[in-house]
Design a protein around this ligand. Structure first.
Ligand code: NAD
Length: 372
């Protein structure tokens, strides 16, 4: 069997740190195991364009493994060249880099390591909310550059206490963010999700469901996006929806960059309509050096909480998604059924309920508690 791994190049850092498993150097820790099983493994970071190693090797690979941090974009067009492809594994969470409808047409299974980095991301969301609301970044930059001037920082610094916070998507990450917000004594916690939380889970964190996204964002001081990227969420935060947000509100997106319109977000930050925007996900990765989210800035300074995509790839998370990837591969090789919680599409249909509200066999499955 030929397995194609598309991972980022970890360079010297990955040579020195073997726990950087999601790199071409350390190959998710599965290289020897696959070799012993007589399988062929190709690992590459070269993924863009027709002449890339990704495009060359996808042609006869049976399994594609890629991370969302450096995704091999498996479009319908690329999939058509992948004659032997049976399984795509996302080493992490979020399989939008695969055209899932095209995978269904081709009967290709797409699986991910559900839950593997949800705490890692929820912690990053908390950090980003705090650094935006408290205006941390310009304060830190001022200190590093030798300055000391409190007023220009404090004029745009607030407390999280007493604010209204809402999440778009209250699945594994969204729920964990709400849980972590509880001790901050926010005025109210809200969520928008077509799938309601189990009653007990909602009660435990005192969160209120809002039926309309427009209504929710209009009530929030802080909005955090925690839903997958699919047809219904692509470009969801456009100029119109952002205009419905409270003036000075903060927007945090660690879900997927393409859920937001890049120019609309940058305009809203640069004009001061948004107090700030932060996260780690970009509409195309790696992001171009001229991407507007690199340079956007609130008129009072700060307001930019962007970093490269790493919230879900802490060393702790890498261990979990590497182990989970091996289990998915082992199941595939031995004909064992996959854990349904890890399956996005299989046998030509959606198994996951998280990639949009649609009429699928997933709807017939017993309601699962998604906050586990
Ligand atoms: P999950 O499946 O547990 O929860 C997703 C929730 O979003 C579900 O409750 C679903 O009903 C809801 N949803 C789907 N479409 C929606 C819509 N249009 N409006 C409102 N809610 C909607 O997934 P999760 O583990 O919480 O992860 C969520 C997403 O976070 C992933 O799909 C991925 O894109 C992203 N993620 C990012 C990183 C990172 O490193 N930045 C890491 C992990 C996951």
């Amino acid at each position: 069997m030929k397995v194609l791994l598309v991972l980022y190049d970890g360079g010297k850092a990955a040579e020195e740190e073997s726990r950087l498993l999601g790199t071409i150097q350390n190959k998710l820790g599965i290289a020897d195991w696959l070799k012993e099983g007589g399988h062929e493994l190709v690992a590459t970071s070269d993924k863009e364009g027709e002449g890339s190693e990704f495009r060359k090797h996808i042609v006869d690979a049976e399994v594609l493994i890629t991370t969302p941090f450096h995704p091999g974009y498996l479009t319908k067009e690329v999939m058509q060249t992948a004659k032997n492809l049976k399984l795509c594994v996302t080493a992490g969470v979020g399989s939008d880099h695969v055209d899932l409808n095209a995978a269904n047409e081709r009967n290709i299974t797409v699986a991910e390591v559900s839950g593997s980095n949800v705490v890692s991301v929820a912690e990053h969301v908390m950090m980003t909310i705090l650094l935006l609301v408290r205006n941390y970044t310009p304060a830190h930059e001022q200190i590093i550059s030798g300055g000391w001037d409190v007023a220009p920082i404090a004029r745009h610094a607030f407390d999280l206490e007493g604010k209204v916070v809402g999440t778009v998507g209250a699945g594994r990450i969204g729920y964990r963010v709400l849980q972590r917000l509880m001790p901050f004594d926010c005025k109210e916690l809200l969520y928008f999700d077509y799938a309601p939380l189990p009653e007990q889970a909602a009660k435990a964190i005192n969160v209120r469901r809002v039926d309309s996204l427009e209504d929710m964002v209009a009530q929030c001081d802080i909005v955090t996006i925690n839903c997958p990227l699919h047809e219904k969420t692509k470009g969801l935060f456009n100029k119109e929806l952002i205009s419905k947000m409270k003036p000075g509100a903060w927007l945090v997106n660690t879900a997927r960059g393409a859920i937001c319109d890049a120019e609309a977000v940058a305009d809203a930050v640069n004009s001061g309509h948004l107090g700030g925007y932060g996260g780690d996900v970009w509409n195309n990765q790696p992001a171009s050096s001229s991407h507007p989210w690199r340079s956007m800035k609130h008129p009072l300074g700060g307001g930019n909480g962007m970093v490269a995509h790493y919230s879900g790839t802490t060393l702790d998370a890498q261990l979990r998604y590497a182990e989970g990837t091996k289990t998915i591969l082992h199941n595939f090789l031995t004909g064992k059924a996959q854990d349904p919680a890890n399956v996005i599409v299989e046998n030509g249909d959606y198994v996951s309920k998280a990639y949009g509200k649609r009429d699928t066999k997933a709807d017939e499955r017993k309601e699962e508690v998604r906050t586990d």
